[in-house]
Design a protein around this ligand. Sequence first.
Ligand SMILES: [Zn+2]
Length: 405
Amino acid sequence: MNNTDLILRNVRMNDELHHLIIDQRKGIITAIQSAQGEAGGMSQGGEIDCGGLLYLPAMTDKHVHLDKHFLGEPWRPLQPFVTLPGQLAFEKEMLSYLPTAPVERARRLIELLLRQGTTSIRTHVDVDPELGLQHLEGLLEAKDEYKDVMDIEIVAFPQQGLLRSASVSVMREAMAAGADYVGGVDPAGLDGRVDASLETMFELASEFGAGVDLHLHDPGQLGLYTIDRFTELASDAGLGGRAAVSHAYCLGQVGEAEFGRTAERLQRSGVAIITSVPIDRPMPRVTGLLDAGVEVFVGCDNILDAWSPFGNGDLLARGSRLAEKEGWIIDGDLLRAFPLIGGAPLVPKAGDPASFQLVRAMNPMHAIAAAPGKEAVYSRGKLVGGRMYEAQHLQTSDSYQAVQS
Ligand SMILES: [Zn+2]
């Protein structure tokens, strides 16, 4: 142990208490010791008695929009969703009124997500001929600013429709400027040309060696056809593992047999499904997808924006909602939620990044069921969220015995 290491005493893992030794400079866990033994004495890096708080890995939110929420702005009343084009115009108008620069908007949501235990995200960012790369440039700046604590993948997202808004050339500029994924939305509902829209996405992806992540709200058979074609193109492009369909409500709307066939195609092509676990409409059958071997991820998606006033960035709560919706009540099922909200193991080993959260729960099953608030969030050894962070920064709480910090 270095004398600058941080010692977190009495952290619960595997139903036992352990001491976590953290090299804050390297941002890694250097040792995990049973709380029965000694943690090698005092360290100038500080010690915190965690009193049996449960260790959980930090989370990965696979679908957020850093550029278009209203966090930190005055309350903005929404209007009912009538048609998608109407909603797109409404959103554009609302965003045009926002006084805050995209980089500042990105900072606000990144800060919220860190507080909530998320240290890795995939964000979509609007691009269109009118907007150009304004939002993307702000996000790239924020990505660099937060690179020590938040991993950020950026999807260039033609929200107004890739073909509908003639966004192919601005998408090309976005990919050249540093976006990691080619986005798209409703190849039928918005672009009116499923094959041409998808083929254009995959052409852009191959031109830039990028992944693909499609927003798909198109329903029923239309949605299913779109996914099937998407899986063919992903296979042809060898993009298994780097291609995803977000939302895919149709996978909760069609019959079992059709669902099963498409699930098999998804599995074969390595195309993932990303869901925000909506409760106001059918959503993909997640249990069926997992049983078929399809990769599934969860994201918060809209948080206080023109689409929805709901959401607080708490991905553990979103995982809890998923478990409840899917009827996962036995231990083995409750544990199925964790890989969908963050890939790291529930028990770390020495050398792992010190990116984790501490919560008040008996075990991981209880944590998914109860979705407790975060007591502490560490990202690569830095305290970035939770009540412990608030106590240090606001200095209004003495509920944690920080011996030294
Ligand atoms: Zn979205």
